[in-house]
Design a protein around this ligand. Structure first.
Ligand code: 5GP
Ligand code: ZN
Length: 113
């Protein structure tokens, strides 16, 4: 998707601070961190949101969660961390390329919203 910000990051057209990369997944630091550790994990192939996960593309989502566990260990998030994916307007999704936030490094508040 040529007008998608995260596709441009995957293509290298927009720089990012990468923390993990393989054939199908990229992880990079959020530009506006909400916690001491704030990393975004995305599929390289464009999927618009959680709502678009389907049998044809769900394998990468399982892989993303394996990558999340690896990154959390690398980042030393031994006290725990939160994984968030905003889906759609009511959740405040601003970038319409599936991404999972890893948030950690401080005590996170307990509200879900
Ligand atoms: P959303 O609000 O869609 O769940 O999350 C989008 C996230 O992308 C936000 O946390 C925002 O700070 C981050 N973001 C937006 N533009 C950029 C960018 O150009 N580079 C990086 N690294 N993060 C970005
Ligand atoms: Zn995209």
């Amino acid at each position: 998707m040529s007008d998608c910000l995260f596709c441009k990051i995957v293509a290298g057209d927009i720089p990012s601070t990468k923390v993990y990369e393989d054939e199908t997944v990229l992880a990079f630091r959020d530009i506006a961190p909400q916690a001491p550790t704030h990393i975004l994990v995305i599929p390289k192939a464009h999927i618009a949101s959680v709502a678009c996960i389907a049998p044809e593309n769900s394998a990468v989502v399982a892989h993303i969660f394996e990558v999340i566990a690896k990154i959390a260990a690398q980042e030393g998030l031994d006290g725990g961390y939160r994984v968030v994916s905003n889906c759609g307007a009511d959740a405040g999704q601003t970038v319409h390329h599936l991404h999972f936030h890893i948030l950690g490094g401080r005590q996170l508040n307990l509200e879900m919203a």
